[in-house]
Design a protein around this ligand. Structure first.
Ligand code: ADP
Ligand code: MG
Length: 696
C-alpha cells in the first residue's frame, strides 16, 4: 500500500477544523473552493486587495478613501426612528466623525464601541454636509488588534453566504498550518526565476500589497502554477512511460476487408483521411503500442477513418472497440458504418447501458468468445465484467468527455491494446500537453469536398417572427432544421421547460412535422425522434443541447441557436457543425437577447467571422482562461487551481521538458529530488502516477 507522506496530513484535513467554519458555511466554502481540504483553501487566490495601512487623523482623512483610525468613543446617538441610522460620535485630537449604522442592533453597537474607550476602526471615509463620517466600518477592534486591522486585506472570490471576513479568517488560520516542504523544484531554475519556496509563496499569495502581486506571472503565483503544471506533466510522463514500454502488437494493414469497404463508400477519401490512415497503419504495424490522437474538426470525416482502422485489427483475427460518449452517438456510429461493415462481412455489436438481462448476456458472450469482431458502445463496453476475446484496438470518440481514469480502465482490458483517440475539438497545444502529454497526432485538416461555407447570421430576439416566416419558406423548399434551446440554468428541469415552451410555440407554426428531444427523455424515445428526423419524417427538431456532439444528419441545413449568447464558443462551434455536412448551402441563425456583455459579443462575432475550429478554440482559451474547454471539470483531469493555460503556456512547456528529463534520469523517483517530487504528486492527488512507481 502506497502511503501519502505524513508531512501532507494537515493540508489534507477538512476545512471544518478551522475556527469560524460551521456545517453550513463549510458546504458553501467547499463549493466555492472546489474542494474540502485545507490545501484547497490555501490555493484559493485573492483577486484584489484593500489597503488599510493609511492611518490619518480624523481631520486629515480624505473623502472617499479607505482609512484606519484610532478614535475614542465619545457619544452614542441611538436612532429615534427605525428609518434613521444609529450614530456614534468618535473623536481624536484633530476632530470628530460620526460612525453610522443602519438597522444595527443596539446591544451589538454598545458592546463593540463602548463609551469612553479607544477603538481602531477601518473603512471608507465620506463627507456628508461638510462633516466626516464612516458608514458601517469594515473593521472595529481594540488597540491590541491594531496590527491585524491596519494591513492590506486580500479580497477573495466569494459566494452567497460567505463573507470575505470569514474566508480570510479561515485562510489566515490555515496558513499557520502550512508545512515547510523539502523543495521539489530545481534550485537553479528557482533562482533564475526568483521563485520562493512553497510556503513563502502561499504566504505571499495571501498578502498582496500591490497590483503586481495579483498578476499571474508574479514569482509566487508563477511558482504555485508551476507546481500544478509539473505534477500534471510528471503524471503524464509516468503514464506514458508505462504505456509505451508495454510492447504492442503488430497488425498487418488490412488488404482484404479494406478494399471491400472502400468500394462500398459513396465517396473517395480526402487527402487528409488517406494521410491519417497511413499514419495509423504504420503505428499498428509496428510492435510498439499505438497511442494516437486523430484530431479533426466537426464534419471532417473521422468516422470512416475509425472504421478503416478497425479493419486492421479485425483482419488479423483480433477485435476492435469504438467507445462513444453517448447512447445516441454509439447508435449513430453503428448506423453510419452499417453498410460498410456489411459489405466487408464484419460482425459487429452495439452495447450500451440500455442493454439489460438476456440481451446483455448474449452481447457479453459474443464479446467474450470473439463472435463480435467490432464492438460499438458507450462506457458500458468497458465495465468490469466485460471480457474481450482479444481486444486489439480501442477507438475513443470525442475524447474530451473521458478522463484519464477511463483511459486507464480501458488499457487494463488488454495491456497491449492499440489506442486511437478521436477528438472534434481542435486542441491548442497547451491543452493537448496537459491532457495527453505528447501523444502522436494525426490531423484531418481538410474537409470533404463540395462543402459550402455555412452562412452564420446574428439575429436579435425581437426578430424571431421574421425568422420563423423565413424557416417556413425554407422548409417548404425541403430543408431540415435544428432548433436548439439553451441551458437556462444548471438545471435540466428548467432547460426542459424552456424547450417545451418553444416546442409548443413552434408547433402552432409547423403543426405536423416537428419533434422534441431533451436530456430527460428515455433513450429509446430520444432515438426514435432522432431517427424520424434523420429519415426525413420530421422537418424541425427542437432540442436541448443533447444534440451537441457528433450527430450526423447530412440533409439538415439550418441550425437555429436560441439565446446563443449563453453558450460557450466551443459549444456553439459543435452545434453549428451539425449542419453544413452535405453539399447544400447551410445556415446558422444565432438568436440573441441584448444587451450583450463584452465576452458574449466577442464570442458571437468570432462565430460569425470564422468556421475554423482551431481559431475558435484559441479564442475560446483566450476568453475563458484554461477552464473546461475539454469538459475536464467533469472528468476530473487537468483542472488547475492557480495555473491558467491562457497565461502560463510557457511555464507548461518548461514543466513538460523538466518532467521528461526527470523521468528519463530517475524513472522511479528515488533521487532526493525524486522523493520530494513524490510529495508533490501526492499533494495533487496524482495517485494514478504513483501507482506506476515500484515504491510509493
Ligand atoms: P466527424 O469528423 O464530425 O465525426 P463524420 O465522420 O460524421 O464527421 O463525417 C461527416 C459527414 O461527411 C458524413 O456524412 C460522412 O459520410 C461524410 N464524409 C466523410 N468523409 C467524406 C469524404 N471523403 N467525402 C465526402 N463525404 C465524406
Ligand atoms: Mg464524429
Amino acid at each position: 500500500m502506497k502511503q501519502r507522506p505524513f508531512i501532507l496530513d494537515t493540508l489534507f484535513r477538512s476545512i471544518n477544523i478551522l475556527p469560524g467554519i460551521g456545517p453550513s458555511s463549510q458546504k458553501r466554502i467547499e463549493k466555492l473552493i472546489d474542494g474540502g481540504k485545507i490545501l484547497d483553501l490555501l490555493l484559493h487566490a485573492p483577486v484584489d486587495f484593500i489597503d488599510r495601512r493609511f492611518t490619518p487623523k480624523i481631520a486629515d482623512a480624505p473623502n472617499g478613501q479607505i482609512a484606519t483610525l484610532q478614535v475614542r468613543i465619545d457619544k452614542h446617538m441611538p436612532n429615534t426612528r427605525k428609518s434613521l441610522p444609529y450614530r456614534v460620535k468618535a473623536v481624536d485630537e484633530s476632530g470628530s466623525m460620526d460612525l453610522v449604522f443602519f438597522h444595527a442592533k443596539k446591544p451589538w453597537i454598545e458592546k463593540s464601541l463602548p463609551l469612553g474607550e479607544t477603538r481602531i476602526i477601518s473603512g471608507k471615509v465620506e463627507y456628508f454636509h461638510g462633516k466626516a463620517q464612516m458608514v458601517h466600518p469594515d473593521s472595529i477592534g481594540t488597540i491590541a488588534e491594531k496590527a491585524d486591522i491596519q494591513t492590506v486585506e486580500p479580497i477573495y472570490p466569494l459566494t452567497q453566504g460567505v463573507t470575505n471576513k470569514v474566508l480570510r479568517k479561515s485562510i489566515m488560520s490555515a496558513m499557520k498550518m502550512a508545512p515547510d516542504f523539502p523543495e521539489w523544484l530545481d534550485g537553479a531554475h528557482m533562482m533564475r526565476s526568483k521563485w520562493p519556496h512553497w510556503k513563502e509563496a502561499i504566504i505571499k499569495l495571501h498578502h498582496p500589497e500591490n497590483e503586481k502581486d495579483l498578476e499571474p506571472l508574479t514569482p509566487h503565483r508563477a511558482r504555485l502554477a508551476y507546481d500544478e503544471l509539473l505534477a500534471n506533466q510528471i503524471t503524464i510522463a509516468l503514464i506514458r512511460r508505462n504505456q509505451v514500454t508495454i510492447s504492442g502488437r503488430s497488425f498487418k494493414t488490412s488488404s482484404i476487408l479494406r478494399p471491400k469497404v472502400l468500394e462500398a463508400l459513396p465517396f473517395a477519401l480526402t487527402g487528409a483521411q488517406e494521410r491519417s490512415l497511413k499514419e495509423i497503419n504504420e503505428d499498428m504495424a509496428s510492435n510498439k503500442r499505438m497511442l494516437r490522437l486523430l484530431q479533426g474538426d466537426v464534419g471532417s470525416g473521422k468516422t470512416v477513418v475509425a472504421c478503416l482502422a478497425a479493419l486492421n485489427a479485425i483482419e488479423n483475427g483480433s477485435q476492435a472497440a469504438i467507445l462513444a460518449p453517448t447512447e445516441i452517438l454509439a447508435r449513430q456510429h453503428a448506423e453510419s458504418m452499417k453498410d460498410w461493415l456489411e459489405a466487408a462481412g464484419v460482425r459487429y455489436v452495439i452495447l450500451t447501458g440500455r442493454d439489460k438481462g438476456k440481451k446483455r448476456e448474449t452481447l457479453v458472450n459474443q464479446i467474450k468468445n470473439g463472435a463480435a469482431q467490432l464492438i460499438i458502445g458507450t462506457h458500458a463496453i468497458f465495465q468490469d465484467d466485460i471480457e474481450y476475446h482479444d481486444l486489439g484496438l480501442a477507438i475513443i470518440d470525442e475524447q474530451h468527455r473521458f478522463g484519464v481514469h477511463q483511459r486507464l480502465s480501458l488499457s487494463s482490458k488488454s495491456k497491449s491494446t492499440d489506442i486511437l483517440v478521436m477528438t472534434a475539438t481542435p486542441i491548442p497545444r497547451t491543452l493537448s500537453l496537459t491532457n495527453y502529454g505528447d501523444l502522436e497526432v494525426s490531423k484531418l485538416d481538410e474537409k470533404p469536398p463540395g462543402r459550402k461555407p455555412i452562412e452564420t447570421l446574428l439575429i436579435p430576439k425581437e426578430k424571431i417572427e421574421d425568422l420563423i416566416a423565413g424557416l417556413k419558406r425554407k422548409i417548404s423548399e425541403g430543408n431540415r432544421v435544428y432548433w436548439v434551446c439553451p441551458l437556462v440554468e444548471e438545471s435540466e428541469l428548467i432547460d426542459l421547460e424552456a424547450a417545451e415552451d418553444r416546442y409548443d410555440i413552434l408547433k402552432s407554426f409547423f403543426p405536423d412535422r416537428i419533434g422534441l428531444v431533451h436530456g430527460r427523455m428515455k433513450a429509446e424515445d430520444k432515438d426514435a425522434v432522432m431517427q424520424k428526423f434523420a429519415a426525413g419524417e420530421l422537418d424541425l427538431l427542437v432540442a436541448t443541447t443533447v444534440i451537441e456532439v457528433g450527430v450526423n444528419v447530412p440533409e439538415a441545413t439550418i441550425m437555429v441557436i436560441e439565446h446563443a449568447e449563453r453558450f460557450g464558443l466551443s459549444q456553439l462551434h459543435q452545434l453549428r457543425g451539425r449542419v453544413g455536412r452535405g453539399s447544400a448551402q447551410s445556415y446558422c441563425f444565432m438568436l440573441y437577447s441584448g444587451p450583450l456583455g463584452e465576452t458574449a459579443k466577442e464570442r458571437l462575432s468570432t462565430m460569425r467571422d470564422t468556421e475554423d475550429g482551431f481559431v475558435i478554440a484559441e479564442k475560446d482559451l483566450e476568453l475563458r482562461g484554461s477552464g473546461d474547454i475539454l469538459g475536464t471539470k467533469q472528468s476530473g483531469e487537468a483542472h488547475f487551481k492557480i495555473a491558467n493555460l491562457a497565461v502560463h503556456g510557457d511555464l507548461l512547456a518548461t514543466a513538460h521538458t523538466d518532467a521528461k528529463l526527470l523521468i528519463e534520469k530517475d524513472p522511479e523517483l528515488t533521487s532526493e529530488r525524486g522523493q520530494n517530487i513524490k510529495t508533490l504528486l501526492y499533494m495533487f492527488e496524482r495517485d494514478q502516477a504513483i501507482k506506476y512507481l515500484k515504491s510509493g
